[in-house]
Design a protein around this ligand. Structure first.
Ligand SMILES: [Zn+2]
Length: 605
């Protein structure tokens, strides 16, 4: 799982919750219906009059309510955030103003029921940040992220609130609580102690000030990264396309056309566009250029340079945890993780470091030998790694990535994941009727997830597969609503997002073996969300170290006989992947594990 913003998760220690329970804030204002302009079609008919988008409202419609992704209006997000924060403040103030002695119910449980309006608004806000970003939205983010952080700090540092939480944690009632309630109390108590709740006076002010600055820096950092991904495109002439597969060229041609350069080929500055280019292009100078564009994101000494931001972030993180008495940021960060201490984390890393570096040298030596044999007359550089790794793979294992890709069709992989989820979890995935669930982009598809045995609706699964401007790199899973049973049973709205290059119309999406594994991995996170059975919202996320377990486990179902024989069929002939090719993939599975990018390789999270 990755999230576009980390501050909420480390401040709140939970995935972002959105829920349907209706909370009527005292600050609610009446919203007048407004006229919404129709689409670009030049119909003479009057545009329909519909209610304005109200992002804090309970999700309406089918499946326990769904986000109104079709009505999003960037002009309304900022006031909605302000209103949501004001509403949660009123709810928190009601808890601290309670004259009764603190109890689990009037303090801990009451806190769990606050901020639902704000959570709903944040669902849209974060979706914009990760899937639909624009320069205009990035300006809003840079302004609002610090405000949102300051708001959460005001809760985490609310002395009256912490006094009540502490009274529940240390009081006689604690022993009578259920284990789940005790765990929740413990988590909420830690949220205060780890995030400045025990600080007072100047130290408390300084802590909040640092957090606010950090939130602004994080927004700026990711905004710069995205700006450099959008801003640096390498356009190829037809003479510069040597080595590139047809499937890559047809999508690169479509991308260039969309960018106003018909007749050329666009290599976008994203992993999904850069990676195959570096693997196949025979144009070494262009490989160098594309490599630099990608690895220098945020490092070009221009308006989007992140160097000073990184240095400032590191300094502020240290300063912040020093206020809490920690030696350094790593000590604070690792305290509640399996590693526990920076020393143990370093030990673990150093155990693999030497072996990884040695392996990199071996792999580069293989590449160099092959280049020498070819009479290439070059010294292997980082922009040659993928290109020669592919050649070494062919030479050593007789394995051709393009040949493998023919058997990895995105639609079939999705069906394979559904099949596996059906067998392992008893889930059934059914496409929703067209148009019944609003989506934020025409590429997004939505599926009902039902329990096969009982027919009960578990929730919905949204899938946003393709790369586009404004969408951050990589693959990730998220929720728009998580399970809880605390104030009534909630079904789950889970989502998977990836960045496959959109094919030319009518062509299948063919993906690499790595990308197929990543899809299974991220779908594992979605299945985790869909399988949750939790009472209280704060208990949905689980421990950070555990979060990767189920997703890494699900990757193992990709190379199973059932999936291979049923779903990995050739896009050209419809024949299943031959046993011989499967065997080659298995044999080559540890190949180039060290050298991808020239740095020891870690799984994406
Ligand atoms: Zn993961």
């Amino acid at each position: 799982m990755t999230r576009s913003k980390t501050f909420l998760s480390f401040i709140l220690g939970s995935t972002m919750m959105t829920a349907c329970a209706s909370v009527t804030p005292d600050v609610a204002e009446a919203t007048d219906p407004v006229e919404v302009a129709g689409d670009a079609s030049a119909d003479a008919e009057a545009a329909p009059v519909v209610a304005a988008w109200s992002p804090g409202d309970a999700f309406a419609g089918p499946y326990g309510g769904v986000p109104a992704f079709d009505k999003m209006d960037i002009a309304l997000i900022e006031p909605a955030l302000e209103k949501g924060m004001a509403a949660q403040k009123v709810e928190i103030d009601a808890i601290t103003a309670n004259p009764d002695a603190p109890t689990f119910e009037n303090t801990i449980a009451a806190m769990e029921d606050t901020g639902r309006e704000l959570d709903r608004v944040l669902t849209y806000y974060y979706l914009w940040g990760s899937n639909l970003s624009t320069p205009e939205f990035r300006e809003i983010e840079t302004r609002m992220d610090p405000e949102i952080q300051a708001f959460y700090d005001s809760i985490n540092q609310n002395q009256a609130l912490f006094a009540r939480v502490d009274a529940v944690r240390t009081g006689a009632e604690y022993e009578t609580l259920t284990p789940v309630q005790q765990r929740l109390t413990e988590i909420i108590h830690q949220r205060f102690t780890r995030n400045g709740g025990t600080l007072t006076g100047e130290k408390a002010e300084k802590f909040a000030e640092i957090n606010k600055e950090l939130a602004g820096l994080y927004a700026e950092f990711s905004g710069n990264l995205l700006a450099d991904e959008e801003g640096w495109v390498t356009f190829l002439t037809p003479e510069q396309t040597g080595g590139l597969p047809d499937s890559y060229l047809s999508s690169a041609a479509a991308a260039a056309e969309a960018l106003g350069k018909p007749g050329m080929y666009a290599v976008r500055n994203t992993r999904s566009s850069m990676d195959p280019f570096l693997t196949y292009s025979t144009e070494r100078d262009l490989r160098e250029q594309v490599w630099h564009n990608y690895y220098n994101r945020g490092d070009n000494g221009d308006a989007h340079d992140n160097n000073a931001i990184i240095a400032r972030i590191l300094k502020l993180r240290d300063e912040r945890v020093a206020l809490l008495g920690y030696d350094n940021y790593a000590a604070w960060r690792l305290e509640d993780r399996m590693a526990k201490t920076p020393e143990r984390a370093f030990d673990l890393m150093l155990q693999v470091w030497k072996a990884s570096i040695a392996r990199v040298h071996e792999e580069v030596a293989d590449m160099q030998a092959l280049a020498d044999e070819e009479g290439a007359g070059i010294k292997i550089e980082p922009w040659d790694y993928r290109f020669y790794a592919e050649k070494v793979r062919k030479a050593k294992y007789d394995l051709d990535s393009e040949e493998v890709k023919q058997y990895l069709q995105l639609d079939n992989l999705r069906l394979a994941m559904f099949d596996v989820a059906g067998q392992l979890f008893g889930f059934e995935f059914v496409p929703v009727t067209d148009g019944s669930v609003p989506v934020f982009h025409p590429d997004v598809t939505v599926y009902e997830v039902n329990d096969k045995a009982t027919g009960r609706n578990v929730g919905l699964w949204y899938f946003d597969p393709f790369a586009r401007d404004g969408k951050r790199s990589g693959a990730w899973a998220t929720t728009y609503r998580s399970h809880e049973s605390f104030r009534g049973e909630k079904n789950v709205l889970a989502a998977n997002n990836s960045n496959f290059v959109k094919p030319a119309p009518g062509e299948p999406v063919l993906v690499s073996w790595d990308d197929a594994e990543t899809m299974f991995h991220e779908f594992g996170h979605a299945l985790h969300y869909l399988s949750l059975q939790v009472e209280y919202p704060s208990l949905t996320s689980g421990l950070r170290d555990y979060t990767e377990f189920q997703s890494q486990l699900l990757e193992r179902w990709l190379p199973t006989d059932h999936v291979i024989n049923t779903y990995l069929v050739s896009a050209e002939t419809g024949e299943p992947m031959p046993a011989e090719l499967v065997e080659k993939i298995r044999k080559a599975s540890t190949f180039n594990q060290a050298c991808d990018d020239g740095i020891p390789r870690l799984r994406p999270d």
